[in-house]
Structures are given as C-alpha cells and as structure tokens.
Design a protein. Structure first.
Length: 324
C-alpha cells in the first residue's frame, strides 16, 4: 500500500480525534447499507434464536443501529450518552477502572457501531450466555467486567455500578430491533477464515512496517496527542494484557482483516492479516491477571489453544515470561 496515502490517513484521523474535545461522535464514514432484519415465522418449540445444546444460532440478516442524533432527551437518554462517552474515552470517563491506554472503542470501532468489529448491537441480545473462558453463564454486565479486567488491564466496576449501567444502557439503546438471541450478520469479528500458510513472524513484521507502523508506531507504542492516545498501543505496558481476547490470533486476524488499516478494511490478504496478527501478539504485554506464578501452568489452564502464543517461544522470546 502507498505509504503516502497511509501517512495522510493517519494524520487526518489524528486531527479529527484531537478536534473532538468532547468526544461525541456522529455517524462516521463507516456507514454501511441498511439490510432489513428478516425473521422466519415462529414454529412450535422455537427458542428465539438462542443456541441449544451448545449449537450456534443461525446467522440473521444485517442490522443498522440508530444514529446518535436519535438518542432521546431525558434521564434515559442522559444515561445512553454517558455510556457512549465512557465507551469512546474510557480513561477520561471511568479512569478508576482502566489500567492502560485503551478505550472500548479501540476494538469496537465507530463507537461500537461498525459491523465486524464486535459491535455492541451484536452482543446485547446474546446474553446471558455460557462462556468457556470462566465456565459459567455470564450476564451482560459480567461480560463488560471482563473487558475492564483483560482488555483495559484494570479493576472491573462492581455489577450495578453506574459505569456498567451506562454501558449496558448504551448497548440496549443501540440494539433496538435486534431479535433476542439472534447471531447477527456483522456481529463479533469475522474470523471464520484460515491463512493459506501458517502465520509467520517475519512476514508479519514486514506487513506491520508497511501498513501499521505509521499509525501505531514502529514499536507498537501507539501515538499520543496532548497526553491522549489517538492510535492505541498494540503491545507493551499500556496495551491489553495476556488475558484479553485480542491476544488470540484468530480474533486479531479477523479484526485486522475487516478493519485495518483504519478506514481501509479488507485491503490486506487473509495471509497478511494472520501474519501481522502473529507479529503483534508475539510481543510482551501486561501479565494475564489469572497468572498462577508458573508460566507453563498458566498456559495449560488458560491458554491451551493453537491461537495463543502465551508461554511459547517466538523469535527467541518466551512470551509471558517478561510480561510487564
């Protein structure tokens, strides 16, 4: 990709972010065509789309959430706006619960609206749900607590805290019209693809240098303006920790393929997305808060997956050993 184009895109995005003193995003350039939600007539024994016996629900047609301009006035609308503000600038609006330089909107782009970047409207109707990560049924607030603990490397708010209520209200408002229990098209990350070849660190380093470094920095440190990150750090002490979902190669590759470089999603090949996901996740970051004191034991208990590099040696480094 032309580096001049990338540089201009980074500069433009930085200026746009800095200009938003009170971060209240309008519907962005990520708009997508409206697709009507199609529902089959209910049948006897219908379960509303909720998976039964561990089987995934069938995908339901796409959805376009409401505009931020449509947030109502009054106490409910005020809580929606509070949730949105926390979502897009978490360190400012919920600093006591954040341990790094990230905001929710770094991994859920366009203030949680954009398809294929785990939009909030795709998550709301899927909870309560069983999660293998903690081996019990989670409600929506508990799911949000996990984001604070792992992705934000912080201390989660207690359930019922206004921060979680605000985020839950924002998600509820955004998901109006989504069938409860439906697996929506564009929800989550589009990670159902495999690379032609196993992901490779050296190839990923080249992809990163050509497509990512201008915005995220040569050492993954991100970029700050006036003390705020305008492009998030991808590794190191101010990034997500080893327990976050983004450290999984399939999650990272799916997110990168659909959304990166910013504003130019789906321009990298499948192989490039997996390669750069491996390169990004083959660097140290904050320790998994579930760390038992033993790297091999922690990997066996929590990272026993081919998509996790935790506890493995890559490019001469035993990952997790030098966690910050």
């Amino acid at each position: 990709m032309n580096r001049t184009v990338l540089r201009l895109a980074c500069i433009a995005a930085s200026l746009a972010l800095v200009a938003c003193e009170d971060i209240r995003p309008p519907r962005s350039a990520y708009k997508h065509d409206r697709v009507e939600v199609e529902r089959e007539p209910p049948t006897a024994g219908a379960t509303g789309g909720v998976p039964q016996d561990g089987q995934p629900a069938a995908k339901t047609a796409g959805f376009v959430p409401p505009d931020h301009d449509d947030i109502p006035e009054g106490p409910f609308g005020d809580m929606v706006r509070r949730g949105r503000d926390i979502f897009v600038d978490t360190g400012t609006h919920a600093p006591e619960f954040v341990g790094n330089g990230l905001s929710c909107g770094n991994c859920h782009i366009d203030a949680g609206l954009l398809p294929d970047s785990a939009p909030l409207w795709g998550a709301w109707g899927r909870y309560p749900a069983y999660r293998s990560k903690n081996q019990h049924v989670n409600n929506f607030q508990e799911r949000l607590q996990g984001c604070f603990r792992y992705s934000m490397d912080g201390t989660p708010p207690e359930q019922g805290d206004e921060v979680l209520v605000a985020l839950e209200t924002y998600a509820f408002w955004m998901a109006q019209g989504v069938p409860v229990g439906a697996a929506m098209e564009g929800a989550g990350y589009a990670k159902d693809f495999e690379p032609p070849e196993p992901p490779d660190y050296a190839r990923g380093e080249q992809v990163y240098a050509e497509n990512c470094a201008l915005c995220h920095g040569g050492n993954g440190e991100g970029q700050q303006v006036a003390g705020k990150y305008v492009f998030p750090p991808l590794w190191g002490g101010d990034s997500f920790n080893w327990g976050a979902g983004m450290h999984q190669l399939d999650n990272a590759a799916g997110f990168i393929k659909a959304n990166m470089p910013l504003g130019r999603g789906n321009t990298l090949s499948d192989q490039q997305a997996w390669d750069v996901a491996m390169y990004m996740n083959a660097h140290e970051r904050p320790q998994d808060p579930r760390y038992t004191g033993d790297l091999a034991e922690t990997r066996a208990k929590f990272h026993d997956s081919p998509h996790s590099l935790y506890g493995l040696e890559v490019d001469g480094r035993l990952l997790g050993q030098g966690a910050q």
